[in-house]
Design a protein around this ligand. Structure first.
Ligand SMILES: [Zn+2]
Length: 269
């Protein structure tokens, strides 16, 4: 293959790739407000870069990232674009079903939008797994990198949420030209310990949804939930390095230990 990007190759390159390897990485993100210091495309940019770097390190094909996700609460700020969850589920299903039709057996889904995108993507992955036998692990940075996240964070409990320390550090490292570090902010509202929306602290175990009608006020008219004051590109660099190590381990596991017998290989109609 010419590059690791699916869309930059010719069909013959893909045919040759499939003779040796059946794994592909598919990144998903979101276009939504990310406070005053990060661009709207943050979640998609992160998913794209993580997928691209892991693809290069392991010689694994990467499908072009899907930009849009499910982000109704972020509609409180201009520029946000949200899909309906059913649309996102359908997009994931159709992309993966097309890949499975061609013989891809292991499809690593990178979700840059974290908690909000997970239900629609999980529905698609579960349907495809049961229908086709394909293996479709979902990689979400919040959960996938919890160890390094806990080790690197400097903020208080409640500091990890949206456009906060970890996400900002990652972006400062990957796309400094798109960020405004001078605009970082903090917003840690008083909440019950079960409802912090901070996956790196103990006790935050209840899921509750945000309301678009109060979201602008809830995020102080800035768009942040958590604390980005301690964000730095050096933290982002360590976080990215560990993210890639974890991803390489997962890709290696898919290659060596996961056996798939595809069935029901159908074109999405
Ligand atoms: Zn984000």
């Amino acid at each position: 293959m010419k590059t690791i990007w699916l869309h930059e190759n010719k069909w013959e390159d893909i045919e040759a790739y499939l003779e040796k390897k059946k794994t592909i990485i598919v990144p998903f993100g979101s276009v939504e407000q990310h406070s005053k210091h990060l661009p709207l495309g943050t979640d998609s940019f992160v998913a794209k870069k993580v997928a691209e770097d892991a693809g290069r390190l392991t010689n694994t094909l990467v499908a072009p990232q899907s930009w849009f996700g499910w982000a109704p609460h972020h509609m409180a700020y201009p520029g946000t674009v949200t899909l309906r969850p059913e649309t996102l589920t359908a997009v994931v299903e159709d992309i993966c079903q097309s890949l499975i039709y061609h013989g891809f057996e292991k499809i690593i889904l990178i979700n840059g939008h974290r908690e909000a995108n997970l239900p629609p993507i999980k529905i698609a992955a579960t349907r495809l797994r049961n229908k086709t036998g394909a293996f479709l692990p979902i990689v979400d940075p919040f959960y996938f990198n919890s160890e390094i996240g806990k080790a690197l964070r400097r903020s208080e409990p409640g500091g990890i949420g949206h456009a906060e320390e970890m996400e900002s550090s990652h972006m400062f490292h990957l796309y400094p030209e798109l960020c405004e570090p001078a605009e970082v902010a903090i917003n840690i509202p008083e909440k019950h310990r079960f409802l912090q929306h901070d996956p790196f602290i103990e006790g935050d175990r209840v899921l509750s949804s945000s309301d678009v009608n109060s979201y602008r006020e809830d995020t102080k008219g800035i768009g942040i939930m958590g604390d980005a004051m301690g964000a730095s590109s050096s933290t982002g660099e360590q976080y990215h390095k560990k993210f890639l190590e974890n991803l390489m381990e997962l890709i290696d596991f898919c290659e060596r230990d996961v056996t798939v017998n595809l069935r029901n290989r159908e074109i999405p109609l």
